[in-house]
Design a protein around this ligand. Sequence first.
Ligand SMILES: Nc1ncnc2c1ncn2[C@@H]1O[C@H](COP(=O)(O)OP(=O)(O)OP(=O)(O)O)[C@@H](O)[C@H]1O
Ligand SMILES: [Mg+2]
Length: 356
Amino acid sequence: MLSWMARQQELVGLDVGSSFIKIVQLQRSRDSYRLAKLAVAPIQPETIVDGTIMDAAAVSDTIQQLFAEHDITVKDVAFSVSGHSVIVKKIKVPQMKKAELREGIAWEAEQHIPYSMEDVNLDFQILREAGPGEQEMDVLLVAVKKETLNDYLAMIVTAGLSAAVVDVDAFAIENAFTISAQLQPDEVVALVNIGAAVTTINILRGGISDFTRDSSVGGNRHTESLQQSLGVSVEEAEAIKRGEPVHGHNFADARPVIEQVNSELAGEIRRSFDFYHSTSQSETIHRMVLSGGCALLPDLASYLSSALALPVEIADPFHHVVADPKEFDAEYLAAIAPQMTVAVGLALREPGDDAE
Ligand SMILES: Nc1ncnc2c1ncn2[C@@H]1O[C@H](COP(=O)(O)OP(=O)(O)OP(=O)(O)O)[C@@H](O)[C@H]1O
Ligand SMILES: [Mg+2]
């Protein structure tokens, strides 16, 4: 295609988390990305609970404000859902053409998904075609509850935007990771994104997703535990987590409480790793890449590293993104980078590329 015809359609990555809205727009040139827009804003507790939007007006207002404040004019967004309304499963199906599988995916899915097919939106990706002498191929099946998806879509329309791509957090973190990763063919890497309400795990083997799981644990646990043990408010507990002293309490007082929750998080991740080991051929997970707002907790990466006995690095989704220091404060970017991983992964998507 001629270069003037190949003009990139633009798209904004919109990560609506239960505690922060994160927005990233990237500009793509031939082989690099430039940061065009970046916006982050907290949303009030109880606005999104257990993956359900309780106050859609508040969320769409915040999104609209962020778009206005940051002068974001692109209306097409890529967004993602996570938590228990999302099921991602690697399944085996008889070798067939993609078009045939599209016809038959509901039938295949029915055997793997505990919901009625009328209640879910299905998507799939062929991971590996049947090899010589094999009858079956590996397919990644994705099912999202329609109820949840429709709520998010309605909220996006209310914000004056249009959903060009629908994704799930697990693939968004994978996307963000794979733009900059150099992977060995047999390397097993666990991508772990710990947000406020959800921990998303995506284990990649040789760069291909081998296992994903979302569990309902995250930074809210630290916050709640601090509230109870120190008798502070949600806002105060959040401030203590960020290392800001709050009348008489500082991070040092909070450390035992935080460590207790860190050990619960480690236990939850360990259970997923054990499950992975029991169902896959891989014996070893070589390293973990930690993202999400909880990666900003000073001790979590080193805690997880010793508790799970593997190297843990903190995700830097901006590693391969050029950001003009006149527009974006480098120190600030570095400080929030891990929390922006899902949004960067979404911003990397292209309009219309969500159907397989
Ligand atoms: N500087 C910081 N230090 C410690 N913790 C932080 C910091 N910034 C954010 N957090 C914690 O990270 C969590 C928010 O992370 P994130 O933005 O990834 O979550 P979310 O996407 O809104 O939630 P979810 O996807 O789970 O619904 C909160 O629990 C918050 O307390
Ligand atoms: Mg999140």
